[in-house]
Design a protein around this ligand. Structure first.
Ligand code: ADP
Ligand code: MG
Length: 396
């Protein structure tokens, strides 16, 4: 064996980059999260060749002071926490201070940034973790990153990338989720010169949903708005009616304190709530926003922050399930039954009138059919709620 040596920073950063930066979409995620943390109200993301040759991310956030620019690229440098105590009530999306150093270690980066207070902007270039130059430049308030030749110095990683089309679709999916997670921010996504998504940033979630998913989904949603003081969990968003169920889980999306997360607990709660209404192997469309005290979450369990730990799994499970069951029991879900019921009644009235005027009795088979129908309806409506729900699902 060779001698034990402490690795140099460039090598350490390159290794660390492996955890954080897996593909172009990871770069976009980290940089857009930084833009959100910087208070941006508009973010433009442009990629070429699936993001392998170029990723451009421009925001109108607070910018970075010239003196701070090189520091931002140091590993574990962050303006968002000062000590481990701050992790407990973290409000920002970032905190690990390793995105910029990781990205810079595996690509060629150019940064142009300006704060409101500064007259000039700053231009900084860093390739493969090595600083190239730092100079003054004319710039607008905010920050623009240009990431070129991702993984140019990590051939093994580059080889694992999929086709530009696939990589671009990962970025597209991510942009969709980002737009949905922050309706108050305008997001634009440009792929090979073509604008693929442009949300208005007017804060109206329904507008974003319509823009992203289209009319069919947007017009089949139920609102959720639940919060309980005892759990401290607030759940808002939209639930798709069973008619727009899907064959996979791609449309089960939720954000916890503004973060797109995958959680077995939340997924299970969603699916259990929908169970009486769903056929097997069908999954609902949901878009949920969970807000809870940062203290009851541990977001620092995954380098890409895609998972988190809850202090109390049962509490979260119960809160989500209950909020959904409640929203799904809403009358709106039974349009068919209700419509036919009142429609049937109205028809019967109409028929009575007609009979009166014509002084004719209904055809015997018609009387029988109406009787049967009334009986079924009576049975359905006198059932306990859960049985009714189950029965009702066959109508939907
Ligand atoms: P983290 O987000 O975990 O703090 P990063 O490596 O992503 O770490 O960024 C390092 C620091 O650079 C941030 O803490 C922030 O101060 C600054 N920064 C990065 N991107 C931006 C941006 N778009 N606008 C303003 N400041 C930024
Ligand atoms: Mg960050």
């Amino acid at each position: 064996m060779s001698k034990i040596q402490v690795l140099d920073t460039v090598t350490i950063d390159k290794i660390a980059a492996g955890e954080v930066i897996e593909r172009p979409a990871s770069v976009v995620k980290e940089l857009v999260e930084n833009a959100i943390d910087a208070g941006a109200t508009a973010v433009v993301v442009e990629i070429q060749e699936g993001g392998t040759s170029l990723i451009r991310i421009a925001d109108n956030g607070c910018g970075i002071e010239k003196e701070e620019v090189p520091n931002a690229f140091l590993r574990h440098s962050t303006s968002k926490i000062r000590s481990v105590d701050d992790l407990v009530h973290i409000g920002s999306l970032g905190f690990r201070g390793e995105a910029l150093s990781s990205i810079a270690a595996v690509s060629q980066v150019e940064l142009i940034t300006k704060t409101k207070e500064q007259t000039f902007g700053t231009r900084y270039r860093i390739n493969g973790g090595k600083e190239v130059d730092l100079e003054d430049t004319g710039a607008r308030d905010g920050t623009t990153f240009l990431i070129q030749q991702l993984f140019y110095n990590v051939p093994a990683r580059r080889k694992f990338l999929k086709t530009p089309m696939t990589e671009a679709s990962h970025v597209g999916d991510l942009m969709t989720r980002l737009a949905l997670s922050h309706p108050e921010i305008s997001f634009q996504f440009i792929n090979n010169g073509q604008s693929r998504l442009h949300s208005s940033g007017n804060g109206k979630l329904r507008d974003v949903i319509y823009h992203v998913y289209g009319r069919d989904i947007a017009s089949n949603l139920l609102k959720v708005n639940a919060s309980t003081e005892d759990t401290g969990i607030k759940i808002t968003g939209f639930l798709g009616k069973p008619v727009i169920s899907r064959g996979n889980r791609n449309f089960e999306n939720y954000f916890i304190n503004g973060r797109y997360i995958k959680s077995g607990i939340v997924t299970k709660a969603i699916e259990e709530a929908y169970k009486p209404l769903m056929m097997q192997h069908r999954y609902p469309f949901v878009l949920l926003y969970l807000q809870m005290e940062p203290e009851v979450l541990d977001v620092n369990v995954h380098p890409r922050k895609m998972e988190l730990r809850f202090q109390n799994n049962e509490l979260v499970f119960a809160a989500v399930k209950e909020a959904l069951v409640h929203a799904l029991s809403h009358k709106e879900l039974i349009p068919q039954v209700e419509l036919t019921a009142s429609g049937g009644r109205a028809k019967k009235e109409e028929e009575k009138q007609r009979q009166k005027t014509l002084n004719l009795s209904p055809e015997p088979f018609e009387t029988k059919r109406m009787g049967l129908y009334e009986q079924t309806l009576k049975q359905l409506t006198s059932m306990p709620e859960d049985a009714f729900l189950r029965e009702r699902s066959s109508f939907l």
